[in-house]
Design a protein around this ligand. Structure first.
Ligand SMILES: *[C@@H]1O[C@H](CO)[C@@H](O)[C@H](O)[C@H]1NC(C)=O
Ligand SMILES: CC(=O)N[C@H]1CO[C@H](CO)[C@@H](O)[C@@H]1O
Length: 626
């Protein structure tokens, strides 16, 4: 056991995130896993590009990007008939200079390029993350992967850029999952992106040295690189759809609203993740960063300059372990992950670190200057069911009662706007006692118990609400009010062998939990030969997704296999909404509350506490009630 293993192994620090399901489960069955050892633990200067000469004659497909020549590999998609196509894969393409040494915590800088032909046959190193009690990956990890069937063609194809999830702390688009096999036969170019994770991706003192939001800035740089280079792979830079799942969905949602991304993103698919979640944005970043610095220093550090030095000098192990401790301790009391996107409020310095998140969540989504981008957004139908069973494995009534009595752990803190948001929205100081809200929530849960849905059943929907569905619904409502571009809402309920095994004892048909949808549009190595029920569902999902990527609508025309009815876009997203229900045997439109029976309760609560006054930045009354 290495010293590193001991550091991670003894602490069990990932427990909270695993418990809430925000991390993606990595399946490493098969022989094809990239074996990226941990990278340098200490800061070192950015490497100078090494010429790869003398160059052997390339055997794989070669593409010229702005930085130089890349050699990929030719592959065939799995699948039969028209679903089996040959494609070129380019793995581990650097889209920025390695963010190491003095560039730790900084926005990515353009890659200086290379001479000769750079091999793009293997995945780049994962971004550093704790895994199975060990540290995996490296600080030098700003790579993306491109998959295309359209090299050397004059007619360009639309592009799908996928941002992986993993609670902002874990994950990577590896060769064992997030594969393009289902999407490529439909004529799109697929790109998967790596971004800095955990402390390296999000720690923030909101200073020039540690400005925060590195991971978002990595994605901004990746999209800029894609804009500049994707035509060389047969992709159309003017038809780029960004997609993401879980934390990746939240990131994709943020990106669609950044002015920097205007003209770089033309559509978005957000699966089980939006920027509205309590877990996808925090204003506790400064105390968190000082806490991490103090843990590293083994003393209390309050001075920003001193904290910066400790954070810049620390090893990646020290950073990750201490960030995980901060996350775990925050999540003991509420559904908040403290190492995630943050506001940037410092004064801009000419030539200094760029500011990215300069507004609050709501005003971003109501800014009339923002481009109109069609969106496909949705959830699985039982996102947080495993969380319920983790808390109450045998569905005991007494434990349900305890869960309600201790509801503070399960109430989104952002029901009340926090200080920074108040300032930006011009809202008065709050005089609300948070305990009043907690009592209202307890009562709300109990009021929704019915003869056919007892307390446990109500809690299952409640957990889905607080972690996912209320915010998905709020996003759809904001978009409908804004009425700028189409929104398509879906709920994914397919259950086949492609899903994860269910943690709970019951509900085995048509139940999909968090991450279950992933294996239906991106391939995993373990699903080599999907059974007929899975095969039908994944054909349908791939067609809907790629239609959206190609035409901006998932059903340009009805199809006997995919969907026999039209799927119209937004009309409104009031308490009852029309959405596509994707069940194992059939996909069909359905009109009911997207987030369950408590929708009116949540709307009232958000109306009462989060938006007590119409904000000056928007037309009066526009947001009230959301
Ligand atoms: C950080 O490293 C620099 C350069 O080696 C050193 O001068 C400084 O004292 C270190 N600071 C801390 C707090 O470790
Ligand atoms: C069916 C429907 O109401 N669609 C609307 C969705 O929003 C766009 C953008 O405003 C409208 O053009 C559509 O008519």
């Amino acid at each position: 056991m290495s010293a590193r293993s001991k550091v991670f192994g003894g602490l069990g620090v990932v427990v909270a995130l695993v418990a809430v399901g925000l991390i993606v489960y990595y399946t490493t069955r098969g022989t094809n896993c990239p074996s990226n050892g941990p990278g340098p633990a200490t800061a070192s200067p950015p490497p100078v590009p090494v010429p790869t000469s003398p160059a052997p004659t390339p055997e794989g497909p070669v593409v010229r990007v702005q930085q130089g020549l890349l050699e990929g590999v030719n592959k065939w998609t799995r699948g039969k008939g028209a679903n089996r196509v040959e494609y070129a894969a380019f793995w581990g393409v650097p889209f920025a200079q390695p963010p190491v040494g003095p560039l730790r915590f900084k926005a990515p800088r353009p890659h200086p390029g290379w001479t000769g032909v750079r091999s793009a046959k293997e995945a780049g190193s994962w971004c550093a993350q704790g895994q199975d009690g060990d540290l995996r990956g490296s600080e030098d990890c700003l790579f993306l992967n491109v998959f295309t069937t359209n090299l050397d063609k004059s007619e360009k194809q639309p592009v799908y850029v996928f941002v992986h999830g993993g609670g902002f702390q874990f994950g990577a688009p590896s060769v064992t999952r997030y594969g393009p096999d289902y999407l490529l036969p439909h004529g799109v170019v697929v790109v998967t992106v790596q971004y800095r994770l955990g402390a390296l991706g999000f720690l923030s003192l909101d200073t020039e040295e540690i400005p925060g939001n590195c991971a978002l800035k990595d994605n901004v740089a990746a999209l800029q690189w894609i804009h500049n280079n994707i035509a060389a792979f047969g992709g159309d830079p003017n038809r780029v759809t960004i997609g993401g799942q879980s934390a990746g969905g939240a990131m994709a949602g943020w990106l669609t609203r950044l002015p920097e991304m205007k003209g770089r993103i033309h559509g978005a698919t957000l699966m089980s993740g939006t920027p509205y979640h309590n877990w996808a944005y925090t204003e506790t970043h400064i105390p968190t960063a000082l806490q991490v610095a103090s843990n590293i220093a083994h003393k209390t550090v309050t001075d920003f300059n001193e904290a910066e030095q400790y954070l810049m000098n620390a090893t990646i192990e020290e950073l990750h372990v201490n960030a995980m401790l901060a996350i775990n301790s925050a999540m003991q009391s509420q559904p908040e992950v403290p190492v995630v996107p943050t506001p940037e409020r410092r004064k801009p310095v000419p030539g200094g670190e760029p500011l990215l998140v300069t507004k609050d969540k709501e005003s971003y989504f109501l800014d009339p200057e923002m481009p109109a981008i069609p969106m496909l957004i949705g959830n699985t139908n039982a996102e947080w069911l495993p969380y319920y069973y983790q808390n109450n494995p045998r569905s005991e009534a007494t434990i349900d009662e305890e869960l309600v009595e201790n509801i503070a752990r399960h109430v989104p803190k952002d029901l009340l706007p926090n200080q920074d948001t108040r300032k930006i929205l011009g809202l008065p100081e709050s005089t609300v006692d948070y305990n009043t809200i907690l009592e209202e929530v307890k009562k709300g849960v109990r009021d929704h118990v019915t003869a056919s849905c007892d307390l446990g059943c109500t809690l299952k929907t409640y957990f889905d609400n607080i972690w996912q569905t209320t915010d998905t619904h709020r996003l759809a409502m904001f978009r409908a009010k804004e009425n700028k571009a189409d929104t398509y809402l879906f709920k994914f309920s397919v259950r086949t062998d492609v899903n994860q095994p269910l943690a709970g004892p019951s509900d085995t048909k048509d139940v999909a939990t968090h991450t279950d949808d992933l294996g239906y549009y991106l391939t995993r190595l373990i699903d080599l030969d999907p059974k007929p029920d899975a095969d039908l569902a994944l054909q349908r999902v791939a067609a809907l997704w790629t239609n959206f990527i190609k035409y901006g609508k998932p059903v340009p025309q009805t199809d006997p296999v995919v969907l026999t009815t039209d799927w119209p876009p937004n009309t409104s997203f009031e308490n009852e909404v029309t959405f596509l229900e994707m069940k194992t045997d059939a996909f069909f439109l359905r009109k009911e509350s997207f987030s369950g029976p408590m929708i009116q309760f949540w709307r009232d609560l958000y109306h009462k506490y989060r938006m007590t006054t119409p904000a000056p930045v928007r037309a009066p009354g526009r947001v009230r009630g959301l």
